[in-house]
Structure formats: structure tokens, C-alpha cells
Write a protein that binds this ligand. Sequence first.
Ligand SMILES: Cc1cc2nc3c(=O)[nH]c(=O)nc-3n(C[C@H](O)[C@H](O)[C@H](O)COP(=O)(O)OP(=O)(O)OC[C@H]3O[C@@H](n4cnc5c(N)ncnc54)[C@H](O)[C@@H]3O)c2cc1C
Length: 474
Amino acid sequence: MASVSMNALDGGRTTIASERLESLRAGLRGRLCLPGDPGYDEARAIWNGMIDRRPAVIVRAEVADDVVAAVNFARDNGLQLAVKGGGHNIAGNAVCDGGLMLDLSPMKAIQVDAAARTARVAPGVTLGELDQATQAHGLALPVGINSTTGVAGLTLGGGFGWLSRKLGLTIDNPSAVEIVTADGKKRHASEQDDPDLFWAVRGGGGNLGVVTSFQYRLHPVGPEVFAGLIVHPFDQARTLLQGYREVAAKAPEDLTVWVVLRQAPPLPFLPTEWHGREVVVLAFCYIGGVAKGEAAIAPLRALGKPVAEHLGPMPLVGWQTAFDPLLAPGARNYWKSHDFKDLNDGAIGAVVDAVGRLPGPECEVFIGHLGGAINRVPVAATAYPHRDIQFVMNVHTRWREASQDAPCIAWARGLFDATTPFATGGVYVNFMPEDERGRVQAGAYGPNFARLAALKSKYDPRNLFRLNQNVAPA
Ligand SMILES: Cc1cc2nc3c(=O)[nH]c(=O)nc-3n(C[C@H](O)[C@H](O)[C@H](O)COP(=O)(O)OP(=O)(O)OC[C@H]3O[C@@H](n4cnc5c(N)ncnc54)[C@H](O)[C@@H]3O)c2cc1C
């Protein structure tokens, strides 16, 4: 192996002698990949097709000691360090050009203790893999809505989906983490041990260290839920969204209803004349028992005149993959997101206006339904601070050709600007694109930023973990 020129933490370049790399390689259970090696391209590929970066060295970790080795190597040699879990983050910080990439995706262990209702989960596990393992025991963790998202990145930023109104955010459910901090130490953090660190990792993203294991509390759910899609014509969008806001406000915590506005994909239950036309989709999941599902969604079904619906009892693991075909990896993507306490007519008008001018067939607006158990947690209890919002809007701009970058990004920014007066100013850190670093302090962390920055100084004073929505040391 030859020596390798790499990007340094301070922004310059540094040469790493071949003996050092050989010694790193020799100490790993997992693999060290250089450009051209088998596994290199697989490891550096992430969900957002706009990000195409080439690390100088990739460590494909298999055990916590590999993580320690990579963190020590990056720190001792002053190298840029990127950390990849499931590779879904829109900002693309999981991969870097010319630095050291620590790929956790080979770490796949899941241990479910059905009697204790807990799971110990390694950081390369995806949501679908976790759902399969927990639902085998009729248990579940509240996570996101796409089965290929990584548990690690989702948890560290917050994590919400169909179960969160009843069971809280993903970060409201871990009881402990094992984490490797910038000094290379393996630490156990929980409410009892290192409670400050445990507070900070619950929302603080990858700023504090590399989590090598999550211990979660699980809940009995399903295995069947009452879920489905109700599809409406777009010309009813304004009144539908007004009706939706009333239904959402009165919904029991067992019921979660998201709205998707986009051109209709060729869903098998949708008459073909609707394929490709703008629609409003009410997507819902009721977890209070399938026998009660029909009654629970009656107010939702009373809205407007749908063109088609597909709903009923179905396995939770199946519903958790319902959106996968629309969210497959590889496309070019750009997101903008706002939090809302309510959806007033101004916000609804801006969304309807923008969806009337979609820049492409895969572009969409998601409105996620929060509240419930999420909002019963005090703001200061975790680094994630947004405990008073009811809705999250995520503008999912998605397209295939680089020539479409400018119009698609401009459309997303236009809708973001038009809805800004009605939003809280807060933002979910996991929905922030790369160009939103200016929103980290006030938007992502707000009242919790100062404590997070102080803990960053304590655990990572040199900001080794900076390729993330970065909280600089205080
Ligand atoms: C299609 C799609 C659907 C989504 N749906 C939802 C949803 O329903 N609900 C929701 O809450 N979010 C959702 N998200 C957002 C998702 O939570 C974030 O993209 C999250 O960061 C993904 O985690 P990851 O491990 O896959 O990503 P990665 O890109 O691998 O990781 C993101 C960042 O987290 C850090 N990181 C990852 N693993 C570790 C670790 N073990 N230790 C320390 N730092 C680490 C790194 O800084 C990394 O840059 C969705 C994203 C996509 C692309």
C-alpha cells in the first residue's frame, strides 16, 4: 500500500504513511477500503444521488473496537472524519471527499428481549430490519416511515413516524447508548450514567461521538394496524386541508394522518386516468386495534369526495414499507422543512399554490402529523427541543437530471419562503439540507443550544465530529 494524501481537519492536506494505514488495517475486524477496492463504491453510495464524494480511506466497521480504531486514527492524524449509519441524511454528511469515512452499515446486530420489552440495536440496522425483528414478538419502536432509513441517524436527530403520537419520538425510547467519544473512550450513557451525554445524544445528531449500540424500550403494537391511503383530486385541496386540520386536531393519539400532495403515482387501486395528475393523499395509521379502525377514521373519510381509497387491516411491517417505492435511493433530492403549531389558511394557501406548479413528477409536499405523546415531554428533557408543534412540512423535491437542479431547488425555496410567516422558525435537524447551517443554532436547537454547545466543548473540544449539522464547541 502506498502513502495516501488526505484532507485534514483544519482544511489543509496531510500525507499518511503506508505503515500507518497498514497498522490501522491490521487492527480491524472489518475492512479498510481504498478507491478501487471491492466495497469502496458500495460504502460511499448514499440515498441522495446529488452527493458523489470520494473518501481517501473507508473503514467498514464490524465491531465497536473498529470504531475506536477509526476515531483514534482520525484524531491522532488530524483527519476529516465522516460517519455513515444508513446513509439517508439529505445533507450527505455521511460521506466526505478525501477524508476518512467510518461506515457503520455492516454493524447489523439486533437482540430483542421480548420479556423485558427491550432491544439492543447496532448502528448499521435499518428501520425495516428493526421492525421485522421486533414485530416477530408483537413489539415495536416508534421510528420513521421508510424502511431503508438508518436507525442510527434517525434516532440521533429525533425520529418520528406512525407510532409517535402514541409512543413518543424514537429518542424518547432509548434507555441507554454505548458511544465512542473523540478521546477514543467507549462510554455507557443513560439517565444514571453520564446523564449529560445521554441528554445530548437524544437530538444532538452525530456531534457527541459515534454510537455503537442503542438500548431501546419497546411497546406492544399490532402486528396488524388499520392503515391506508385516501386519494382526492387536487382541485379540492384547499377545503380538504382545512378539514384535515380539524380532524388532526381532534384525532386520538392512536391515529396519525399525514398528507402528501404530488402527482399520482400509478397505484394499482387508482383509476388509470388519475395517474400523473395532481392529487391530495391522506395517509393514515390507526394503532388502537383493527376492530376500532373503521370508526376511528370515519371523520377522515367524511372529508371531500375521494377518487379512490385503499385501506383496512394490514401488518405494521407491510405498512412501514408503503412509501418505499416513492423514496428509493439514487435520485437527486433537495428538501426544505418547517415546523407548525397549526396549519392556518395562509400556510394552506401557499402549499396549494406551489403544488399547482410542481417542477417535476416526483416532487411532493409531505405534511407529517405530530403532537400527542411527543409534546408531553418537557423541552429541556432532551436536546431535541420541538415539543409544541403539531405538523412538520417537508418539501421533498426529487428529480433525475442535473439540468433540473436549479428549477427544482428554486421551487422548494419558494414554497419555504412563502410558508415562513406561518411557521414556528424551528426545524427538525434530520430534514435540513447541507446549505442550512445557519439554522442549526436557533432553528434546530433553540433553547437547548447553549447546553449542547457546552457539552460539545466537554466531549469534543477540537470538533472532530464536525461533518454533521454542526454544533461548534462553546
Ligand atoms: C426517504 C426518507 C424518509 C425519511 N423519513 C423519515 C421519517 O419518517 N421520520 C424521521 O424522523 N426522519 C425521516 N427521515 C430523515 C432521517 O431521519 C434522516 O435522514 C437520518 O439522518 C437518517 O439516518 P441514517 O443513519 O440513515 O443517515 P446517515 O446519513 O448515515 O447519518 C446521518 C448523520 O448522522 C450521524 N450518524 C449516523 N450514524 C451515527 C452513529 N452511529 N453515531 C454518531 N453519528 C451518527 C452522522 O453525522 C451522519 O452524517 C427520512 C429520510 C429519508 C431519506
